[in-house]
Design a protein around this ligand. Sequence first.
Ligand code: CP
Length: 280
Amino acid sequence: MNQVTAYLQEKTKAIVEESKMINGNFKGKDIVSLDQFSVDDLRILFTLTNKMKQIVVNKEPLHILAGNIVSLLFFEPSSRTFSSFAAAVKRLGGQTIEIQDPETVTSVNKGETFEDTIRTFEAYSDAIVLRHRIVGSANLAAKTATSIPVINAGDGTNEHRTQTLLDLYTLYEKFGRLREEDIPGNCDFWYWTRIQKERFASLEEYLDAMNNGFMVTPELLHRYASKDMILMDPLPRVATIDPAVDADERAVYFRSQIRNGLYTRMALLALLLGKADVNA
Ligand code: CP
């Protein structure tokens, strides 16, 4: 395992610097880093996200990805990211190849390399969505699959770009602004997240960290939170938020945040696959 990690990290060292900026043109781009997006790019994405939301709420059928196949390769467990990407492709009229735990169910299990695995799914797909525990794996996949976009759906402790995009959209939806300087001082949000057990070297270290964590409770909100704030959590919730908090209107994780993942990913896929008119 350590050899694989070292190999991937070595191979991807220089690639991050080569990431291409979006600059208003999403078509065919890999999504590996938030640094690729300007405020104007976010505005394009979120304008389309608003439209996708209305389409889903109105249950309007869309066929813009008809004839397109997107491979979802998830080397780490996922509920929201995996299923929202799967739902996004299907809501847009496309189809998916859905592989959870490729190390068990694909020829990776027989010793096929990561790069050959990516080349294989590139041959069958119009885009690849990748989650992997190893930092740099999305960059390596993007460099390997040169003919289609690769979307980083989380590479270990590094980046989870589409989570950041949906979180930013959730804030944009609430506060209506994108630039930091435009956001008034009284705008308030709390971002809570679990301590990630899978990132610790030992159970002991994880339990130590858990001892220092604390949970959001109704009392804590009552005491410290403003009435206009929102409470976000990317989920899963693991001893981070008391379920009694869910009833509070300010808790948006189940109210809007997870659904925003669907709308944002629909917009992103439509743009990357060249199926959205950004000027419409
Ligand atoms: N927020 C998030 O990434 O959730 P999943 O791990 O369930 O995809």
